[in-house]
Design a protein around this ligand. Structure first.
Ligand code: ADP
Ligand code: C5P
Length: 244
């Protein structure tokens, strides 16, 4: 490899604000694709850093009593099911180094806990995970790295049936009905089209250890640059200009 002629190996610019902000990773994919599993694997390998996981699920709107009465008609896979303004406020707050009280959502009652929150503190890395985190361009624009977890639909449906009957208080018939009526159409309309925004696509989700290792290496490199900036706050490396 050679340096581009006349250009030093690193471009140095002065921007004291940006490098102290947390590194934001977005992780999306269909229901039960292994998003949470992949995030947990990344978090385990990045134990040296302060890292928090924010789930888009936490920002589901609680259902009104009328919506609850017809819950089989409610589309939990449509972007309107989430309070995206509040999610934006959460990530903005964390990026500015302030703590945030994340709501706690209950999949059995379809409600948020009335007076309990999860306090999330300042951190080096924020992972934002959910089926529709790439849908809104304002949320996407907060991300430094975007990952799409790509797992076959039959594998996802099988996992979803098991999870929703064991953990979310559903019966098999209601899971299958909801899947056909809302989950699959919304995947085709909203989730799959957001794949084009991904920097990295992980086939097979949490089974793909090579992909997770590569992602963790990349984050280490990026955080190393952040650490350099903390030592030399007026100068930081924005781009290596090595050519292959
Ligand atoms: P998501 O966050 O995309 O909904 P999860 O990571 O929570 O997906 O996984 C959904 C379900 O599938 C969970 O019950 C989880 O234990 C299971 N699961 C996830 N990845 C695997 C895997 N590689 N092998 C077997 N089961 C898995
Ligand atoms: O964890 P996962 O990404 O699968 O969570 C998103 C799924 O949760 C959506 O596909 C939605 O259908 C489902 N959901 C539900 N009941 C709720 C809220 C979300 O079945 N009350």
């Amino acid at each position: 490899s050679h340096f581009r002629s006349g250009v030093p190996p690193f471009s140095l610019i002065s921007d004291p604000a940006a490098p102290n902000q947390p590194f934001v990773i977005g992780v999306t994919g269909g229901t039960a694709s292994g998003k949470t599993t992949v995030c947990d694997m990344i978090i385990q390998q990045l134990h040296d850093h302060r890292i928090v996981l924010v789930n888009q699920d936490s920002f589901y709107r609680g259902l009104t009593s009328e919506e609850l009465a017809h819950v089989q008609e409610y589309n939990f896979d449509h972007p309107d099911a989430f309070d995206t303004e509040q999610l934006l406020h959460c990530i903005d707050t964390l990026k500015s180094g302030q703590p945030y009280q994340v709501p706690i959502y209950d999949f059995k009652t379809h409600q948020r806990k009335a007076d309990a929150f999860r306090q999330v503190n300042a951190c080096d890395v924020i992972i934002l995970e959910g089926i529709l985190v790439f849908h809104d361009s304002r949320v996407r624009d907060l991300m430094n790295m975007k990952i799409f977890v790509d797992t076959d639909a039959d594998v996802r449906l099988a996992r979803r049936i098991r999870r929703d009957t064991v953990e979310r208080g559903r019966d098999v018939d209601s899971v299958l009905e909801q899947y056909a009526k809302f989950v699959k159409p919304a995947f085709d309309d909203f989730v799959l089209p957001s794949k084009k925004y991904a920097d990295v696509i992980i086939p097979r989700g949490g089974d793909n250890h090579v992909a997770v290792d590569l992602i963790v290496q990349h984050i280490h490199t990026k955080l190393g640059q952040h650490d350099l900036c903390k030592i030399y706050p007026n100068v930081f490396v924005i781009e290596s200009t090595f050519q292959i």
